[in-house]
Design a protein around this ligand. Structure first.
Ligand code: SF4
Length: 290
């Protein structure tokens, strides 16, 4: 996908949310073992790739989701990470969305010039249940990142972040049910209470999808494919809070003028998609029209 950058692939399971990891599942469909970790070839330098006219394929202002088939702070990737940081520094005009279940490794694996964080990098921790939320959010709040958020996905147990919101550091909360084989239930009440906490603190909350097994008012719903994100959208539980102010600069260090920043495009098929509030927009790849 255009808005995903996977500098490495493969991972080690480390918490409840990993039990039915979609990367392991998708790899198994290709007779591959998701625990085999490798540096990607052409994909490693994707943010620096250019089209035939010499222009970057990833435009200024776009958001790239990083390591969606691994974990950015995975130990086995330590030898490759410095080069990934260099790429994020070089593309200071692009936003990078990092997601990890290993925030405890972050402080010791930041680049020498990190200071209090790159303006274009956001760190998110996975909070699949209250135990992992209480384990990872305090670490996140203590880390020198300009932008921070959490991702409750797969959302497999109620999570309250009320005690962390007064810090004012959490800028976005994403939530998504579990999919594929072995998917566990996601409950409407869990989503609603998390939503209410975010609204109270004017923090953007995005209900991306219900997952395959959704429970509402004691009734169980089995939902497949795009219905999961359209039902999430129809719930009306996504909320646009205080915007995240990324300061994006060009190679000379000057702020990129707003009119030169990429504006996400949303097609007819995006009209009822739960991910709209946090999505980089449609890249017109044509996949969802098939
Ligand atoms: S951390 Fe993410 S990629 Fe790694 S095993 Fe767990 S769910 Fe899969």
């Amino acid at each position: 996908m255009h808005d995903i950058w996977n500098p490495w692939h493969g991972c080690k399971k480390c918490s409840e949310g990993c039990k039915n990891c979609y990367m392991y599942y998708l790899d198994s469909l290709r007779d591959r073992d998701g625990s085999v970790i490798y540096r990607t070839k052409s994909g490693f330098r994707y943010p620096l790739s250019k089209d035939k006219n010499g222009n970057y394929k990833v435009k200024s202002g776009e958001m790239l989701r990083v390591c969606m088939t691994s974990d950015f702070f995975l130990e086995e990737a330590d030898e490759w990470r410095e080069e990934a940081w260099q790429i994020m520094r070089q593309r200071s005009d692009v936003k990078f969305f990092l997601l990890t279940k290993r925030p405890e490794r972050a402080a010791a694996h930041l680049p020498a010039d990190w200071g209090d964080g790159y303006e274009n990098v956001m760190l998110n921790v996975s909070c699949e249940n209250q135990r992992r939320a209480d384990e990872r959010i305090p670490i996140l709040l203590g880390l020198p990142f300009k932008h921070k958020g959490i991702m409750c996905a797969p959302y497999i147990g109620a999570v309250s972040i009320r005690k962390y919101l007064p810090s004012g550091q959490l800028e976005q909360v994403l939530c998504d049910g579990e999919n594929y084989g072995g998917a566990r239930e996601c409950h409407y009440e869990w989503v609603k209470s998390l939503h209410d906490e975010c609204v109270e603190y004017n923090v953007t909350f995005v209900f991306c999808g219900t997952g395959r097994h959704f429970v509402k008012d004691g009734k169980h719903y089995k939902l497949e494919g795009k219905v999961q994100s359209s039902q999430a959208y129809k719930s009306g539980l996504s909320f646009r809070g205080k915007p995240i102010d990324f300061i994006l600069t060009d190679s000379a260090g000057s702020p990129v003028p707003r009119d030169r920043l990429y504006q996400p495009f949303f097609g007819e098929h995006c009209r009822e998609c739960g991910m709209r509030l946090c999505c980089n927009g449609c890249s017109k790849c044509g996949k969802c029209s098939t």
